[in-house]
Design a protein around this ligand. Structure first.
Ligand code: XIL
Length: 366
């Protein structure tokens, strides 16, 4: 009898732990019939150095986007040197855990390798453009689910951003990027991704761009609205209108980098332009210890409103991806002001689900 006691204890302990885990709902299961639920993965998580986050990723998400490791500066650091190390590890992690990868990204004005910064000749830019897309996209064809082929090519007024690609290759470079990607990755979905493209002027620019790609007979499968917004000030009407207008083009609509900042913005306008940074001050960083309950509720309400809308348009939306697993990982702790404490995601710094998580879960009526 006495000998059996520890066994009874350990069985009940296992049962208790098991129930505790089972009690946290899983986003990917709850939204199984609606859309994929994704997160961005950073290097630590891909390397398996953050086992707690990895456990949560497997439990909660069925889609991942590499936060940085497939960007040009990392994957092609020099003209003739590619570094596929982390990207290959991500592919292995996703395969093992039955997770879809949205590869991010092929062509973007930011996080370019240093050798691109002073490139003058149009011939060299063209050579880089063709080689980079072909080499990287073909390597991962059949291994990743989708590519953000072009990222952030538009200005706020809907015109094309004057970056190195527009400057050296001309107006058709986006169509060409999709054409090259289609050839190199025939089994991979191809997307255009940008921030603020729910806003009317920029949206009109994105629609013109998508129509231009389609008119050229080139494949584009979807559009990603990044979704870097402010808690308490989410542009709901513009988002709803965007879902309708983009899906009318016959393509998938996705929310690809969702996070809702709770901190003051140094500028009038919301931007996700990674080059836009500014100096901090105590006033700009009000919640260094914890998020007050009133703000926690504002965040939860914004997330609830958004997911209610997403569920309403589930037939048009194929994926909703958060830009990070937990508040500690978020790029918004360093952008647009370095060293702040932000709380934009559904899991807190201890990987515990926040009130916003439960409000999101409750938007699905089973
Ligand atoms: C951010 C990453 O989260 C940071 O780690 C990095 O330092 C800068 O880029 N739009 C995008 C993402 O498409 O790639 C950016 O990610 C955030 C804005």
């Amino acid at each position: 009898m006495i000998k059996k006691l520890p066994l009874i204890f350990s069985v009940s302990a296992v049962l208790f732990v098991g129930t505790a885990i089972a009690q946290t709902p899983s986003l990917k299961d709850v939204f199984k019939k609606e859309f994929l639920i994704g997160t961005a993965m950073n290097a630590q998580q891909i390397e398996g150095k953050d086992t707690a986050a990895d456990r949560l990723i497997k439990q909660q998400f069925n889609a991942v986007t590499p936060e940085n490791c497939m960007k040009a500066e990392i994957i092609q650091p020099r003209w003739d040197t590619y570094n596929f190390d982390l990207a290959d590890k991500l592919v292995a992690f996703a395969k093992k855990n039955n997770i879809k990868i949205n590869a991010h990204n092929l062509i973007w004005h930011s996080q370019l390798p240093a050798f691109m910064h002073h490139m003058q000749s149009a011939d060299s830019v063209r050579q880089y453009f063709v080689n980079h897309i072909t080499k990287v996209a073909s390597r991962y064809d059949g291994k990743v689910y989708s590519w953000d082929v072009v990222n952030e090519a538009l200005n706020e007024d809907g015109t094309l951003r004057k970056d190195i690609f527009l400057d050296k290759l001309g107006d058709d470079y986006i169509v060409e990027a999709f054409r090259l990607a289609q050839k190199a990755a025939p089994h991979t979905k191809l997307y255009y991704n940008d921030y603020n493209i729910e806003q009317p002027k920029k949206r009109a620019g994105a629609i013109a761009l998508i129509k231009k790609i389609q008119a050229a007979g080139v494949r584009i499968d979807g559009v990603g609205i990044q979704g870097h917004w402010k808690a308490g000030n989410v542009p709901m009407a513009d988002i709803e209108e965007s879902i309708k207008e983009y899906s009318a083009l016959g393509i998938e609509v996705m929310f690809t980098e969702l996070d809702l900042s709770v901190l003051p913005n140094p500028w009038d306008k919301v931007t996700a332009d990674v080059s836009a940074t500014t100096e901090g001050s105590a006033k700009m960083n009000p919640y260094t210890k914890s998020l007050p309950d009133s703000m926690q509720q504002v965040l939860a309400k914004s997330y609830a409103d958004l997911f209610t809308l997403f569920v309403k348009y589930k037939k048009d939306i194929s994926r909703v991806t958060f830009w990070g697993v937990d508040d500690g990982q978020s790029w918004l702790n360093g952008f647009p002001i370095r060293g702040r404490t932000n709380y934009p995601l559904l899991f807190d710094r201890n990987l515990k689900p926040k009130p916003a998580f439960f409000r999101v879960i409750a938007t699905v009526k089973k």
